[in-house]
Design a protein around this ligand. Sequence first.
Ligand code: TYC
Length: 120
Amino acid sequence: MVQNNSSPPTRPPIRQPKTGDGEGATVLERRAQKVKPPQMYQVVLLNDDYTPMEFVVMVLQEYFSKDLETATQIMLKVHVEGRGVCGVYSKDVATTKVEQVLAAAHKAGHPLKCVSEPAT
Ligand code: TYC
């Protein structure tokens, strides 16, 4: 089972003992919410000198649902700057995307590298 970082956000109401004023009253304790949003992961493509630009554009379209123009922009950014973010996902989805990209690149005989890392 997947572990979450959540704990019950509130305590159950506390029943006062049946003595004195407020007999049987229900007291609700005010507590701050402790549930944090899950850490998200960005999938990053890395530049190399051999993978064809067309293959990288195809990867961005197929595995990251980018249109041709956006895919081309991201590919060129990676080509010029060395790395570029393809998308931000939950940890499991980001891991799967990396595996899919590496498998497709390996199958096609390209050295394309792709990693996931915590986003912010
Ligand atoms: N630098 C590669 C070339 O000139 C193109 C390329 C772009 C490779 C992005 C990888 O993630 C990459 N053919």
